[in-house]
Design a protein around this ligand. Sequence first.
Ligand code: BGC
Length: 395
Amino acid sequence: MTAAESVAFLWGATTGAHQTEGNNTMSDWWQRETSPGSPLPSPSGDAADSYHRWREDMDLVADSGLTDYRFGIEWARIEPADGFISLAEVDHYRRMVAGAFERGLRPMPTLFHFTVPAWFAASGGWHRDDAVPRFLRYVEAILPVLSDGVERVETINEPNIYAVLASSSRPGDGSLSRGLPVPDPQLSAKMIAAHDAVRDFLRDRLPQIQSGWGISVQDYQAAEGAEDVFHDYVWPRDEVFLEASKGDDWVGIQTYTRGVIGKVDGLPQPLINDRSPVTQTGWEDYPRALGGALKRAADVLGGVPLIVTENGIATDDDERRIAFTEAALQSLWEAKADGVNVAGYFHWSLLDNYEWGTFGPRFGLVSVDRVTFQRTAKPSLAWLGAKAKERLDEH
Ligand code: BGC
């Protein structure tokens, strides 16, 4: 049994740096949002002001009964100008890690969640020849944050969606269930190289850390008669990333919906199911996608521990959020009973936040007043915390 398997199930909530911190002014996304004629409906602005209010966020997680908190470290803050490492920002994230432990929470930092420093993007971004070593320099700069007792690190959030962004407008635009474009193969390869490099670097420098990345894995299902082309559809979209994770300590699974893949003119094509209810992001409301995604991932990964690092629903109806999560968790327990090695569940998201161009879709267990930034827990937060307590007591 590996160390990751022997710990208690992880019960957490998740946020992402750019989506909650606010004023991430040195990042490429900020530039995109604020440039004249930006196609993005709304800039992130102050977002949820978590940069200042992270203590309140962590209090909410800890008080609910959840035991784990996944949040982002922002490269654009750590290295706002090429070669300048802000020690003050390194200290900021050290305080966050210490703050999590003070509240009895296990912190899981994410090192890259769609945003990079503006200077890096302007000079070619991940297409630069030295992109991976430059990313590693940032990771080296934050070793003091990670060495303060952190047990798990998510190196990269959804490398496959990031590689799709090159050919699509923004995440959350409904494309997950209308058919995901093919990720850019060059960027996919770069993401895999970056993840491998960080994993190896952390194994060398901080061997106590278990690293993984969070892959967007939806419950793709083959329609009757499309079985022979199904693999062609899933391979570039997520399976190539799962395959690349076989040597990882754990693999993060980030699931929201399903996609039924049919065959049209001999080619795989998503079938649109117009009868099912959709969520605020336009995705089919299909909570059992979680179990399906876990099983498909386990078919590739065997016994490598899987951690659900994102799962949730965009809705204003919190009862619907609870029902969705209940059904998603039920499908997770069934997958576990079938032998899938699931080591944890993190809900997306702790907060209503910035959804890459809009504040419209609300995924939060907690709402945030857009003017005062006051947090108000929705009933789903206490509900999920109680689930965690119940299950942890059972084991
Ligand atoms: C991303 C989040 C996003 C969420 C819901 C995932 O693609 O990691 O940044 O907010 O899904 O759209």
